[in-house]
Write a protein that binds this ligand. Structure first.
Ligand code: NAP
Length: 313
């Protein structure tokens, strides 16, 4: 294969657990690999504290440390990594073209692992207390809120599921929802409504998050009366949905109505030779370990697909 410095067998877009795992597998398969890391190298785990549920770390590991380890592991086998953002793609002709702020690259195959971002409320205190009481993942952070009063924002399946999970740890759990009924599926909503440990603030929105070193109170506004009240809270879980990071692929690949990548045969997008892995298509599990698993699957599929293209087997 003719190689220019900007051509690779595989370009991986994204650097969460899916992207780095795909990097480890494809570079170990002796393919030339470039990972374009995106605006948050390491992905969502860079903004979490301790990860207790990633297998292999019996005493836990900090999210950023886990991601640095994955990055080094991919580099060890030869994957190159550039900390840049993809701004344009051309999947119409091969080799595929990928443009970042700094460069234009070409690749025989592409793995998209750009993940998803939790939707933000966009209020004062949300960013300030990120990782210090404001969380977007109960499965990840719930156990750190033992004995605390916890607020959960949202009315969908995630909010209800997270609130139910958080009752195991919190002194109290309050769902704050902007409407007077839950969007969550009937069975999950009924379960939450019947749970004596979950209280509800209907027709309400969170307008402020305050504290000192960490969150200590949340201000809630009743949207009917406009009245605001400040309640004690040691933690606030924002569960108002995720947004897949797919804007740059719109019009180039099939996306569902929420913007998630539509796949067939586990890892294949609507363009042959372009694969996807992780939260960019998976809105069901959204775990580091499942994303890593999808990254491995995409890498194996890429290796086989390239081999078929080149050698017919
Ligand atoms: P979702 O269904 O889109 O629900 C988001 C919730 O947040 C809605 O109640 C919405 O209010 C509220 N919301 C959105 N923006 C808001 C804002 N700016 N301020 C305040 N509230 C806001 O998202 P999700 O709950 O994450 O679920 C995503 C998908 O995963 C769904 O298809 C869900 O069924 C699925 N899921 C399934 C399971 C399961 O089956 N075990 C578990 C989790 C998720 P409105 O109701 O007023 O729109």
């Amino acid at each position: 294969m003719s190689e220019t410095s900007n051509h690779r067998d595989v370009i991986i877009i994204g650097s969460g657990p899916a992207g780095y795992t795909a990097g480890i597998y494809t570079s170990r398969a002796r393919l030339s690999v470039l990972i374009i890391s995106g605006t948050l190298p390491g992905g969502q785990l860079m903004t979490t504290s301790e990860v207790e549920n990633y297998p292999g770390f019996p005493t836990g590991i900090f999210g950023p440390e886990l991601m640095m380890n994955m990055r080094q592991q991919a580099e060890r086998f030869g994957a190159a990594i550039v900390d840049d953002e993809v701004i344009k793609v051309d999947f119409k002709k091969r080799p595929f073209t990928i443009t970042t702020h700094a460069e234009t690259y070409t690749a025989d195959a592409v793995i998209i692992a750009t993940g998803a971002s939790p939707r933000k409320i966009g209020i004062s205190g949300e960013q300030k207390y990120g990782g210090r009481g404001v969380s977007y993942c109960a499965t990840c952070d719930g156990p750190f809120f033992r004995g605390e009063d916890i607020v959960v924002v949202g009315g969908g399946d995630t909010a209800v599921e997270e609130a139910t999970f958080l009752t195991k740890f919190g002194k109290s759990v309050r769902i704050v929802h902007r409407r007077d009924s839950l969007r969550a599926s009937k069975i999950m909503a009924e379960k939450a409504l019947a749970n004596p440990k979950i209280k509800f603030s209907w027709n309400s929105v969170v307008t402020d998050i305050t504290g000192d070193k960490k969150v200590s109170a949340v201000t809630i506004k009743d949207t009917n009366t406009g009245k605001e009240s400040k309640i004690t809270a040691g933690g606030i879980f924002v569960a108002i949905g995720h947004e897949p990071n797919t804007a740059v692929f719109r019009g180039h690949l099939d996306l569902d109505d929420k913007g998630y990548m539509v796949l067939k045969d586990h890892t294949r997008t609507s363009v042959e030779g372009v694969f996807a892995a992780g939260d960019v298509h998976d809105h069901r599990y959204r775990q580091a370990v499942t994303a890593a698993g999808f990254g491995c699957m995409a890498a194996i599929d890429v290796e086989r697909w390239l081999s078929e293209q080149r050698h017919g087997n």
